[in-house]
Design a protein around this ligand. Structure first.
Ligand code: ATP
Ligand code: MG
Length: 476
């Protein structure tokens, strides 16, 4: 028992005894990076800096991806040159950031982020009452820069000139063992910056790495600290998580870590609604596929999907209390956006996009007269239509309505007129119903000749033809 304890202490010691100031240096044979995965511009930046007498390396996620044989989506560069010194060397270079300045170097559309080595968090760096570091902007040595990075696999430096990888924290071993390990004492690192807990989940899901037990253990207890982080930062990290191409896996991992509770109101909503699960799963699945296919994904569409079932629930409640269909939808959207905006710092543009997508939905049920043509001209039609298809696929509404719109969207003028004519004939069982489980809405059929059943006694039939107040303000 005692021997075991001693071994354990020595064992831990030997790991900690790896001198964090002296990196392990790996040559091309040892690390096996394929130099063709490197972007020309990354090499251009490092060689320009080196020719001017500075140190310069590719760093962070790009080195991790190179070691995994994946083409990095962007390249960060770390150097001992100051931002001013970097800026002088490039024609299109911009110093950004107030607290810690970094340099954006542009070549055409390609943007590279050049960061001066940062010093380790000093004990007297200003912190909030929970220990979160508020400002810590000193420059430092490369070893210090490595120490303040989050995970061992994100703290390696690659020099394209001599093709060497510098590894200060055993990142190579962890990459090989597919292990996600935080640098330093996990509790302390999460306290300094609680966003790192979200990053654990994102990387574990994206890379399919196991979370090293000590790295994972404090998360459940410390998760509420995320609430003290400025909403805009949490939102940025959330967006990275959702746009990682592994959104579904990330959300499943959040659930596994018990992180969905209280971490973000959005996730509480998304992961706890039995009715919404199928819809959200489909939405995230299609987002992941789009990202893998190199297509763009709009954050507005993504968040509109994540929160749709919350909107549906409130929409139904407002209608039940006597509001008319369209105003009820807007009230529901207001409630949902308000409750999420505070914690999530949803940018205005994203909020506008979400509202556009939601408020287009009832308009898809109007398939007579000029209404379908008008809707087709809507700036955000494509997003609204894709959203409609998700609703069909999830079983929330009848697939027939999606098929009709696909035929209308793809059809020529003759086909479109025929479709409108067919929609004008009363059908049995066709048309859109309200949301799954939305009670009164499910029973209501909005056809041209039918007034909706109206519990409040206010005429609702006219609603179907009333123009939906779509907010076009922020549309592209
Ligand atoms: P991705 O490929 O998803 O962009 P990444 O590792 O490049 O992954 P970024 O958010 O772009 O992630 O961050 C770049 C690097 O900056 C990381 O690899 C890590 O070294 C460091 N870093 C980022 N965020 C933190 C943080 N919260 N704490 C410590 N280091 C961080
Ligand atoms: Mg990155």
């Amino acid at each position: 028992m005692i021997k075991k304890l001693i071994r354990k202490i020595l064992g831990t010691k030997s790991k900690a005894a790896r001198d964090p100031n002296t990196p392990v240096v790996l040559g091309p044979d040892a690390h096996g990076i394929d130099p063709r995965l490197l972007s020309n511009n990354a090499v251009r930046v490092t060689s320009t800096l080196q020719e001017a007498g500075y140190e310069a390396f590719v760093v962070g996620g790009a080195v991790r991806d190179l070691l995994l044989g994946v083409k990095p989506k962007d390249f960060d560069i770390a150097t001992n040159a100051t931002p001013e010194q970097v800026k002088r060397l490039f024609r299109r270079a911009f110093i950004i950031g107030k607290r810690f300045q970094i340099v954006h170097v542009m070549f055409g559309q390609d943007l590279l982020e050049v960061t001066t080595f940062r010093g380790t968090t000093s004990a007297n760096a200003p912190k909030d009452e929970h220990g979160r570091v508020l400002r810590d902007n000193t420059f430092g040595s490369q070893a210090e820069d490595a120490e303040r990075r989050d995970f061992t696999i994100n703290a390696m430096y690659y020099n394209p000139a001599n093709q060497q990888v510098l590894d200060y924290h055993g990142g190579i071993e962890d990459i090989r063992a597919k292990t996600l390990r935080i640098i330093g004492v996990p509790e302390a690192r999460y306290r300094e910056d609680p966003v790192r807990m979200l990053r654990v989940v994102r990387f574990a899901a994206k890379l399919k790495f196991a979370i090293e037990p000590e790295t994972g253990a404090p998360i459940k207890v410390m998760a509420p600290l995320i609430n003290n982080v400025p909403a805009a930062r949490v939102f940025d990290e959330m967006l990275k998580l959702l746009m990682s191409g592994h959104a579904l896996a990330c959300l499943q991992q959040l659930r596994k870590e018990g992180l969905h509770h209280g971490l973000l109101p959005l996730l509480d909503v998304v992961l706890e609604q039995p009715l919404g699960v199928k819809f959200v799963t489909l939405a995230l699945d299609s987002t992941d596929s789009r990202i893998h296919a190199g297509k763009t994904v709009s954050p507005g569409f993504l968040f509109a999907s994540l929160l749709w079932h919350q909107v549906l629930e409130k929409w139904t409640a407002y209608r039940a209390s006597g509001e008319q269909t369209i105003p009820a939808l807007h009230l529901a959207a207001d409630d949902v956006l308000d409750s999420q905006t505070e914690k999530l710092a949803l940018q205005r543009k994203i909020g506008t996009d979400m509202r556009d997508i939601w408020s287009m939905q009832p308009r898809f049920e109007r398939r007579t007269g000029k209404a379908p043509h008008k809707l087709l001209e809507h700036l955000r039609f494509r997003a609204g239509y894709d959203f409609l298809l998700l609703r069909c696929a999830s079983g929330e509404i009848d697939a027939e309505i999606g098929d009709w719109w696909t035929a209308f969207y793809e059809g020529d003028e003759v086909t479109r007129e025929e479709l409108i004519a067919s929609a004008s004939t009363p059908r049995e069982g066709g048309g859109g119903s309200g949301g799954a489980g939305t009670g009164g809405a499910a029973k209501r059929k909005r056809g041209p000749r039918r007034g909706g059943r109206n519990r409040s006694g206010r005429g609702e039939g006219g609603n179907a033809d009333a123009p939906a107040p779509v907010h076009d303000g922020g549309a592209e």
